[in-house]
Design a protein around this ligand. Structure first.
Ligand code: TXA
Ligand code: MG
Length: 360
């Protein structure tokens, strides 16, 4: 299959530039498109065959359910049987935006889309290209991140091309995304909302809107093989670079905006020198404040200033992909404060590291 690329200027596009993409989606094909979080791989969420194609293109296990993306509130009602009060408050506050809500599904949503679950994940993206494309397609759009399963989520159209060229009909290139980590997922089917995946709508924001919020244990650490995480996707080794990634955390750090962690920098420096002397190609993930402190022979990548969680989130997946193409075999990463957007950053980094954390 030849993958067509359509470049769209987010600030000044016309509907007609998206007609072909909308038509492909409506007729059961696959189109990757930008959202404010990461690029999505879209298909008609109500068409079982189209949903099955997504699993094929991504090489994704078919028990991993998909998020149905909508462009306006009236598109939600046919998809669900009930909306809790907390769900309603969260929608009113954060939609359109980087928040996915788990709701009881109606019979209209096929089990192929929900991985056999009786609930459906719904999100209304804020990105103008995503929003308009869904509207023009006229159907809810199932869209997982547009990466091959297990690779870091794509934050540019180039990343999508690397993974999806020849496998899908079209890539809509709307430039780099703004947020860089996937949406926050909150289950609002029970009495207390449960956060299943941290994202740019932070725990602090959720609590300020609905009061009590629980956190699914799968966010914090590895889930035992016999435990079924509520978001099935959370059990897979996600966001993984090809190289071994080791997260270096200073004991007692991790909360608040601490000082540059000198102990961690020293430990990474020493381990890097040792590994370089053994002939390994080493990558380092750090911040603007610390990038000058590491051996020049390593591939050193700053995610941005340490006080900008936004920059760190936006650059994270791109840097992991860059290390893949540089054929680095070992990556050391600094740790980041876990409050606000930092919870999502550290969740993705910890998973990319396969929970390999060295405490210093
Ligand atoms: O930001 C995002 O959410 C991006 C963009 C493209 O919108 N999409 C995305 O989709 O991250 P994906 O498929 O990579 O992640 C969806 C996550 C998975 O962990 C999946 O298990 C969970 O949502 N999920 C989907 N439906 C669910 C359900 N009914 N109950 C619990 N978890 C669900
Ligand atoms: Mg994904």
């Amino acid at each position: 299959m030849k993958t067509k690329i359509v470049i769209i200027d987010k600030a000044s596009f016309q509907d007609e530039e998206l007609w072909e993409a909308a038509k492909i989606l409506r007729s059961g094909g696959l189109v990757a498109f930008p959202t404010e979080t990461v690029y999505g791989l879209g298909a008609n969420a109500l068409d079982e065959e189209a949903a099955a194609k997504i699993y094929g293109a991504k090489g994704r296990p078919s028990d991993n359910p998909l998020i149905a993306h909508i462009s306006a509130m009236e598109e939600l009602l046919p998809l669900v049987t009930e909306i809790s009060q907390a769900g309603r408050r969260l929608m009113e506050t954060y939609w359109p935006g980087p928040l996915t809500l788990i709701l009881p599904k109606s019979s209209m949503v096929p089990f192929k889309t929900t991985g056999g679950l009786s609930t459906v994940a719904v999100r209304m993206p804020r990105d103008p290209v995503a929003n308009r494309l869904i509207k023009l397609a006229g159907v809810p759009i199932a869209a997982p991140s547009a990466n091959v399963s297990g690779r870091p989520s794509p934050t540019t159209a180039e990343h999508v091309y690397q993974d999806m060229d020849g496998k899908i009909e079209m890539i809509v290139d709307g430039g780099p995304v703004g947020i860089g980590v996937e949406s926050t997922i909150v289950d609002v089917t029970g009495p207390v909302p449960i956060m299943l995946r941290p994202g740019a709508v932070t725990l602090e924001m959720l609590k300020s809107t609905v009061g009590q919020v629980e956190i699914d244990p799968a966010i914090a650490g590895p889930v035992a093989a016999d435990v079924k995480p509520k978001a099935p996707g959370m059990k897979y080794r996600h966001y993984a670079p090809k190289a071994e990634l080791v997260l270096v955390e200073e004991e007692g750090s991790g909360q608040g905006q601490g000082e540059v962690s000198l102990k961690a920098v020293e430990a990474i420096r020493a381990m890097t020198l040792d590994q370089l002397s053994r002939g390994r190609k080493v990558g380092i993930i750090c911040t603007d404040e610390t990038k000058g402190r590491y051996p020049k022979e390593a591939e050193i990548r700053s995610l941005g200033p340490k006080d900008s969680q936004e920059a760190i989130a936006r650059n994270l997946f791109g840097v992991l992909r860059e290390f893949d193409s540089l054929e680095v075999t070992l990556i050391y990463s600094e740790s980041f404060p876990k409050d606000h957007l930092g919870q999502a950053i550290m969740n993705r980094l910890t998973k990319a590291a396969g929970y390999h954390i060295i405490k210093v």
